[in-house]
Design a protein around this ligand. Structure first.
Ligand code: FES
Length: 170
C-alpha cells in the first residue's frame, strides 16, 4: 500500500492549534439556526469553510455544540467526499489514485511531489502554499494519471512534469 492510500484512510491530524476566533464564528453561525436538530451537515459545511478541514478537535466541538455523538459526526465526515479531515495548502494538490491512474504511475507522481515539496501526503508545506492528498477516481480515466491543483486539471502527468506543475503556482 502506498503512503497515499494509508493517509487517505487514517485522515485526522493530532495536536493542531486552531484559531480560537474561528470557533467563535462557528458558535455565531450555530446560534443563527432555528434549531440544533437536523443541521449537522450544514454546520460541518460551515466548519470546513472556516477551518479549511475537519480535524478531530472540530468534529468533537460540533458534536458538543449540537448534542450529537461524535461518532455520528465522524460517520458523516467520512461518508461525504466533500468533507476532508486533512489540512489543505493555498494550492491543494490532489492525485487521483483510482485504478487507471494508479496503473499508469500515479504512485510515482505522488513520490515525486513528496520529494519536490518535502512534505508527506496529508501535510502542508511550511509556507502554507501546497498540500498533497489523494482522491478516488475523478472520472477522467482517459487522461490518467490525473493531478488536480485546486480547480486546474493536469492530464497524463509524468514524474518529469512535477517540477513544472509546482512552478505554475510558485
Ligand atoms: S482512475 Fe483516475 S480518473 Fe479514473
Amino acid at each position: 500500500m502506498s503512503s497515499c492510500q494509508e493517509k487517505q484512510q487514517c485522515g485526522s491530524q493530532q495536536g493542531s492549534e486552531l484559531p480560537e476566533h474561528l470557533f467563535r464564528e462557528l458558535d455565531a453561525f450555530i446560534d443563527t439556526l432555528p434549531t440544533k436538530e437536523g443541521h449537522l451537515i450544514t454546520v460541518l459545511h460551515k466548519a470546513q469553510s472556516l477551518f479549511g478541514y475537519l480535524p478531530e478537535e472540530v468534529q468533537q466541538y460540533v458534536a458538543d455544540a449540537l448534542n450529537v455523538p461524535v461518532v455520528q459526526v465522524f460517520g458523516v465526515v467520512s461518508f461525504y467526499t466533500f468533507f476532508t479531515m486533512i489540512p489543505k495548502g493555498e494550492y491543494p494538490i490532489s492525485v487521483c489514485m483510482g485504478t487507471a491512474c494508479f496503473v499508469k504511475g500515479a504512485g510515482k507522481v505522488v513520490d515525486a511531489l513528496k520529494q519536490q515539496l518535502q512534505v508527506d501526503v496529508g501535510e502542508v508545506t511550511p509556507d502554507g502554499k501546497f498540500s498533497i492528498d489523494c482522491l478516488r477516481c475523478v472520472g477522467a480515466c482517459a487522461l490518467a494519471p490525473v493531478v488536480l491543483v485546486g480547480e486546474k486539471v493536469y492530464a497524463n502527468v509524468t514524474t518529469d512534469q512535477v517540477k513544472d506543475i509546482i512552478a505554475d503556482f510558485a
